[in-house]
Each structure stands twice: as structure tokens, then as C-alpha cells.
Ligand binder design. Structure first.
Ligand code: NAD
Length: 289
């Protein structure tokens, strides 16, 4: 594909992902409401747009990587939304972790303006974004997915096409539920181990090579808990947003997953105790108290 990509949202993930696209040879134009975030991108070879309108005029495929569903809504629909201003046939790809109901609403709006759409949230954290090894969970029409495959290949190594519109978001929310339970369980057990006289580093080595191994052991515990550095990463507030969206979805389907509910309770406590802006692995501080 030699279409120009417009990338909106140059935060911790978006900046890294758009740099991967540039490195793969795509022509990329970027926009962030925080204009200083665009300076670095210019050095990396992107063109910058001073307004979102300028971006959409210069791109055929528009990717968003935004923090909260409210930000995604604002960018795509309603009074400030771009869909109504896009030329027919253009493609939008929301890679943020968003709500299913909003995603489906955006699909509806896109369809009514003859705009193609995919939902394509990612997993793999900052390292995955930096190295282009993200897992990408994609929903939407297969034909549009095929059209955009080379974009995904520049950003990720595990590209999961899940079929129906919205399935990418559902899959991602469920993934983060599993992750949040893992993170709580690991933190609780590390604190228990410490009180029993074990060292965190030794526990991590043992767990990693045993049935207790996980992404939390190999990545989060090693890079954040052991390093005692909780600058995000993936913030507690962003994870709490995902857990809440997933729990709302479960509730809508008359389900109340018990372990996930407990994880939600602990991350709410972390938020209330001022850990919202820290990496979510700082949940261990709650168990240490
Ligand atoms: P972030 O807060 O670091 O970055 C978000 C960026 O979006 C910021 O630069 C902000 O200025 C910009 N922004 C907000 N509103 C905007 C608007 N209206 N127009 C243009 N720019 C706007 O967040 P992040 O950690 O990069 O996460 C982004 C998304 O990716 C979230 O949905 C998150 O849940 C998901 N995610 C994050 C991680 C992670 O490890 N950080 C991993 C997987 C998925």
C-alpha cells in the first residue's frame, strides 16, 4: 500500500507506532493536540499537521491511538468529528482501546458516509510498540483488513483478524481482564513471598521457568517492580478504563466475572490512593501497605 497515513495521538504508544510506519517506508502525517509531541516526529521523518482538518486532507488512511473513549468520540463523531468531512472511500482505523458501543457507533457513522473502518487495538506495551512486535486484534470487513495488512505488518508480529466489526475491541478488553487479574495475583504473591523471607528477583526467576510464568513476571515485574520504577508504561488509569469497559460489557450480558471484579476493586483503590498516573504494576504498593 502506498497511501499516506494520518496518525492522530502521539502518546507513549502512538509515537512509537508511527515511527515504525515511517521506518517501514510509509509516508506519514501526524497530529496531536499537544503540539510539542509533534517536534520529535518531524525529526523522525513525519510531516506534521497543525490541525486535524489539515491531517485528513493529506491522508487516505487515518489511524487513531487515543487515551479515553471520550477522546476517540470527539475525534470521529459529533460536532467536532472528522467522519462527516472525510472523502468517500477513505479508511479509518481506531487502534485505541475503546468501548464496544462507541466503536459500533463510529462504524455506523462511517458506513453512512461511505468511509471504511477497522477496529484494531493492540497489546505488547511500549517495547512491543518500539520494536514493531505488537499483537493486533482486528475487527471489521475482511476486504478492508486485506487492504491495510501491510500497515499492521509494520507495527506488529501477531496479527489476529477476528472478523466482525467490534470483535477486535472485545478481544482486547478480555485480554486486559486476564492481565489485570494476573498483575494482582503476582503482586500479592510477591509480597507474601517477601514476608516469608524470599527475594523478589529469585521468585521471578523461579516463576519464569515454572508454571507461574507470565507476561507480568517477565515484563512488568522485571522492568518496573524490580527496578522500583513506576513511570508508565501503561498507566493504572488506562488499565482501570479497560477493566471498567470490559466489566460493563459483561454486565450487559448478565455476567459478573468474580476474579475480574476483585482486580477492578484493587485498581480502583490504587487510583484513589494517587497511583492513577503510575504504571499499573504499582498495584504492588497496595499489597505492601
Ligand atoms: P498517552 O496518554 O500516552 O497518549 C495519548 C495521546 O493522545 C497524547 O499524546 C494526547 O495528547 C493525545 N490526544 C488526546 N486527545 C487527543 C485529540 N483529541 N486529538 C489528538 N490527540 C489527542 O496514552 P498511551 O499509553 O499511548 O495509550 C493510548 C491508547 O493505547 C489507550 O487507549 C491505551 O489504553 C492503549 N494501550 C496502551 C498501552 C500502553 O502500554 N501504554 C498498551 C496497549 C494499548
Amino acid at each position: 500500500m502506498n497511501k499516506t497515513i494520518g496518525f492522530i495521538g502521539l502518546g507513549k504508544m502512538g509515537a512509537r507506532m508511527s515511527k515504525r510506519l515511517i521506518q517501514a517506508g510509509f509516508s506519514v502525517v501526524v497530529y496531536d493536540i499537544c503540539h510539542t509531541k509533534m517536534d520529535d516526529m518531524q525529526l523522525a521523518g513525519a510531516r506534521t499537521a497543525t490541525t486535524i482538518q489539515e491531517l485528513i486532507e493529506n491522508a487516505e488512511v487515518i489511524i487513531t491511538m487515543l487515551p479515553q473513549p471520550a477522546d476517540t468520540k470527539k475525534v470521529f463523531i459529533g460536532r467536532t468529528g472528522i467522519i462527516k468531512d472525510l472523502e468517500e472511500g477513505k479508511i479509518i482505523i481506531d487502534m485505541s482501546t475503546s468501548s464496544l458501543s462507541l466503536t459500533l457507533k463510529i462504524y455506523q457513522e462511517a458506513e453512512s458516509h461511505n468511509i471504511k473502518m477497522l477496529d484494531a487495538p493492540v497489546s505488547g506495551g511500549l517495547n512491543g510498540a518500539e520494536e514493531g512486535t505488537l499483537t493486533i486484534m482486528i475487527g471489521g470487513p475482511k476486504k478492508v483488513f486485506e487492504e491495510c495488512k501491510t500497515i499492521f505488518e509494520a507495527i506488529g508480529t501477531n496479527i489476529c483478524f477476528t472478523g466482525k466489526a467490534g470483535n477486535g475491541v472485545t478481544m482486547k478488553l478480555l485480554n486486559n481482564l486476564v492481565y489485570s487479574v494476573n498483575m494482582c495475583a503476582l503482586s500479592e504473591v510477591l509480597v507474601l513471598g517477601e514476608s516469608l523471607g524470599l527475594e523478589v528477583e529469585q521468585m521471578l526467576t523461579a516463576f519464569k521457568n515454572s508454571s507461574g510464568g507470565s507476561y507480568c513476571v517477565e515484563n512488568k515485574a522485571k522492568n518496573y517492580i524490580l527496578a522500583n520504577n513506576f513511570s508508565p508504561g501503561f498507566s493504572t488509569d488506562n488499565l482501570l478504563k479497560d477493566i471498567s469497559l470490559a466489566m460493563e460489557l459483561a454486565e450487559k450480558h448478565s455476567q459478573k466475572p468474580a476474579f475480574c471484579g476483585l482486580a477492578q476493586k484493587y485498581f480502583k483503590i490504587a487510583h484513589a490512593q494517587g497511583l492513577g498516573g503510575e504504571d499499573n504494576s504499582s498495584i504492588i504498593k497496595i499489597f505492601r501497605n
